[in-house]
Design a protein around this ligand. Structure first.
Ligand code: DAT
Ligand code: MG
Length: 144
């Protein structure tokens, strides 16, 4: 990973499990406490089309349909966050994909756990590269 002085933007989603459990404020608190700023914030009930675009890279995988079902099961909070290296930094705050493996201190490690079902419910999404971030921001905040 190259370090950069240029401010970047990342797309964060607080997924339906996080929204239902009332963890929206806690996730935003951690983002702000880290020092990143909010550039956009919205509560959205995602459409299937939005989710298919967002998760296009996973189409055909065994967890793809359960993932779309889960992600369309209720409102999500979408945010654009800003700051130097915030893409990598938020992934670090979020922790490993599987909440069982995510380190304590991370969002998924502290607040998530394994539940019954095919898909890993893990509270948050964060973009994984500058290219993904710009693509995903276009899906959730077409006006930006
Ligand atoms: P991440 O969200 O950490 O970037 P990802 O992009 O590989 O992970 O996968 C998207 C989501 O799909 C992930 O947050 C949870 C779910 N998922 C990924 N791999 C899975 C698996 N092997 N079994 C069940 N769900 C999975
Ligand atoms: Mg991903």
């Amino acid at each position: 990973m190259t370090d950069t002085n240029t401010s970047e933007r990342s797309l964060v989603l607080i997924k339906p499990d996080g929204f239902r459990r009332g963890l929206t404020g806690e996730v935003i608190r951690r983002i702000e406490a880290k020092g990143y700023t909010l550039a956009a914030l919205a509560i959205v009930t995602p459409t299937r089309e939005q989710l298919a675009a967002h998760y296009a890279e996973h189409e055909g995988k065994p967890f793809y349909e359960p993932l779309l079902d889960f992600m369309s099961s209720g409102p999500v909070t979408a945010a654009v966050i800003e700051g130097q290296e915030c893409i990598r930094g938020f992934r670090s705050l979020a922790g490993a994909t599987k909440p069982t493996d995510a380190a304590p201190g991370t969002i998924r490690g502290d607040l998530g756990r394994k539940w019954a079902g095919t898909v890993d419910e893990n509270i948050v999404h964060g973009s994984d590269s500058p290219e993904s971030a710009e693509r995903e921001i276009g899906i959730w905040f077409p006006e930006l």
